[in-house]
Design a protein around this ligand. Structure first.
Ligand code: 2E4
Ligand code: SF4
Length: 330
């Protein structure tokens, strides 16, 4: 809680925030595909859950569809960062589509864990949000072995074949604290439950939650920039409220901020989800500055250095293109 006698208006700007390595890779993949092959490029599902990103790519010639069946034969389709079930790859093959897989490598890691545990005949309890694209993709790797657990409330009703052979995995973008509550409840029911080989909640999700917690402890109001269907962004709002923010809101940009939220506020905490371009945070900072919140202090508990290489299909074609240009220049 901010000191009420302190009239200095300030912004606590969290870092890390915004684009993670998986989003950066996925957005660049669409841009490169548009440059390399020319529009239209089809993208199955929003490449990342952000309205601005989707609109900007649409303006450059990307066409977003929900199912591969909507893509005309022979065209190129990019799979979103959230991943797809193996059946979607087969559908694309049947439709004679060229594919670029922009699934985040950290989502692919969870898919591989699911395949491995299913092969060893485990029952897999997948903690995640019902209907979320990533959960649909991961579940599709081994539907007969995977049961969704959407929070501690689901634990009592679970049935497994052998309580001695159960493992839990999770969606990459969950609240760390809430997931641990679910795991505790699961372990009470299934004491032999095995943990994932490494954290499924990814580094970017964890870092953004740690940073927003630090900011929220000193903020009267927290603003998280992100779209409503972005799971990791929505979790940051919940984490901020849990960490002591008096109020916290998810906004797509400055235009969604309500002036009334600033009543009595001296410290605003600000961050953004993993799918959010920095230009939208800049817009919020300008909006706040125009209202007397010009003092911006960075709160950065850690730094990130992770980068992923582009999807292999694009790397292969980029290499071929570079070789052709080199040969032509000789
Ligand atoms: C893939 C995996 O999963 P969420 O709804 O948070 O996705 P969003 O597109 O907002 O963020 C990027 C992303 C993509 C996160 N994890
Ligand atoms: Fe990958 Fe994590 Fe970013 Fe999701 S939030 S795209 S899992 S790095």
């Amino acid at each position: 809680m901010a000191d009420p006698t302190d009239t200095t208006r300030r912004v606590l700007l969290a870092a890390p925030r915004g684009y993670c390595a998986g989003v950066d890779r996925a957005v660049i993949a669409v841009e490169r595909a548009l440059e390399q092959y020319g529009p239209p490029i089809y993208v199955r599902h929003e490449i990342v859950h952000n309205k601005y990103v989707v609109r900007t790519l649409e303006q450059k010639g990307a066409i977003f569809v929900e199912e591969t069946a909507e893509v005309p034969e022979g065209e190129i389709v990019i799979f979103s960062a959230h991943g797809v079930a193996p059946e979607v790859h087969r559908e694309a093959e049947r439709g004679r589509l060229a594919t670029v897989d922009a699934t985040c490598p950290l989502v692919t890691k969870v898919h591989k864990e699911a395949v491995r545990f299913a092969k060893d005949d485990y029952d897999i309890l997948l903690i995640g949000h019902d209907g979320h694209e990533e959960v649909i993709g991961t579940s599709g790797e081994a539907p007969e072995h995977i049961t969704l657990v959407d929070g501690p409330g689901d634990v009592a009703g679970l049935e497994v074949r052998d309580p001695e052979k159960v493992v839990w995995l999770s969606q990459t973008t969950l609240s760390v604290d809430e997931t641990m509550e679910t795991v505790t409840a699961l372990k009470e029911r299934f004491p032999a439950l095995i943990d994932p080989p490494s954290d499924d909640i990814c580094y970017a999700t964890q870092n953004r939650q740690t940073a927003i917690k630090q900011v929220a402890a000193d903020a009267d109001l927290v603003l998280v920039v992100g779209s409503k269907n972005s799971s990791n962004s929505a979790r940051m709002v919940e984490v901020a409220l849990g960490a002591g923010a008096d109020a916290a809101y998810l906004v797509d940009g400055a235009e969604e901020i309500d002036e009334a939220w600033l009543d009595g506020v001296t410290t605003v905490g600000l961050s953004s989800g993993a799918s959010v371009p920095e230009i939208l945070v800049d817009g919020v900072l300008e909006w706040l500055s125009a209202r007397g919140f010009a003092d911006v202090q960075l709160v950065q508990p850690m730094r990130e250095h992770i980068q992923f290489s582009l999807p292999k299909e694009l790397r292969r074609d980029l290499r071929a293109e570079a070789a052709a240009a080199k040969a032509a220049a000789r």
